[in-house]
Design a protein around this ligand. Structure first.
Ligand code: KIV
Ligand code: NA
Length: 264
């Protein structure tokens, strides 16, 4: 079996093939998603909300992410595994290097950081030290208290222009992947078209290079609420494996997300 690498993900973008991703937090689900053919799995700091029942992702620690990364790594044979750097774990470059080392040693093949061009130095420094980086723009949940809630980002033209500039700056700094969360579909398309690196969307419309969902949302089992951009594939299929397969097939076919799961 050929394992998915960062160059494999880039090749998919270049071939116009959609990239499929889910969050995963344990070995059993990781194995299930891997067997169904998912390309990438993220140990997201969303685990603070869906596993720990917190109101946001801020209480999550590096050790929490490392624990779940070890479990996911043990359950994975093929998929690319990336791990979130939690709140304040990359507030300075040296702090980022130290915490990224913990997550890479736990089994991640890439780390993800939330934020714009202020992170350029950190991104470059991580890549120079052997840590591939996924950037994360749009609705960056670690900044929920700055935004004043979980709100769609980049609706105004000047905000959309700034986001596109920041995406280019992060690519220039060495980021090899970008997650774009909760932005209008037109902005999702513009960013994916402009960047050479793959752009994985969540609530960013159907024209990004791939899609990611929080696994609990995809199964419709999240403790709190179901975001508009997500879809309950378990309700539709009645079986977890079939739900994962249907999600993957729908992303490949361009059928997910539909307009009902996107923002204008
Ligand atoms: O923590 C998470 O699950 C994420 C995804 C929503 C991209 O960052
Ligand atoms: Na996250």
């Amino acid at each position: 079996m050929k394992t998915v690498t960062v160059s494999g993900l880039l090749a998919k973008k270049q071939a116009g093939e959609k990239i499929t991703a889910l969050t995963a937090y344990d070995a059993s689900f990781a194995k299930m998603f891997d067997e169904q053919g998912i390309d990438a799995m993220l140990i997201g700091d969303s685990l603070g909300m869906v596993l720990q029942g917190e109101a946001d992702t801020l209480p999550v620690t590096v050790e929490d992410i490392a624990y779940h990364t070890r479990a996911v790594r043990r359950g994975t044979q093929r998929a690319f595994v990336l791990a979130d750097m939690p709140f304040m774990s990359y507030s300075t470059p040296p702090y980022a290097y130290r915490n990224a080392a913990t997550l890479m040693a736990a089994g991640a093949s890439m780390v993800k950081l939330e934020g714009g061009s202020w992170l350029a130095e950190t991104v470059t420094g991580l890549v120079q030290r052997g840590v591939p980086v996924c950037a994360h723009l749009g609705l960056t949940p670690q900044s929920v208290h700055v935004f004043g809630g979980f709100k769609v980002q980049g609706r105004e033209q000047d905000k959309a222009d700034t986001l596109l500039k920041e995406a280019l700056a992060l690519q220039e700094a060495g980021a090899q992947l970008l997650v774009l969360e909760c932005v209008p579909a037109a902005l999702g398309k513009a960013v994916a078209d402009k960047l050479t690196i793959p752009v994985i969307g969540i609530g960013a419309g159907k024209d990004t290079d791939g899609q990611i969902l929080v696994m609990h949302d995809m199964f419709g089992i999240s403790a709190n609420y179901m975001p508009k951009f997500s879809k309950n594939y378990l309700a539709e299929t009645g079986d977890m494996r079939k739900a994962v397969k249907k999600y993957i097939d729908d992303v490949h076919a361009g059928e997910f997300p539909s307009a009902a799961h996107s923002f204008e």
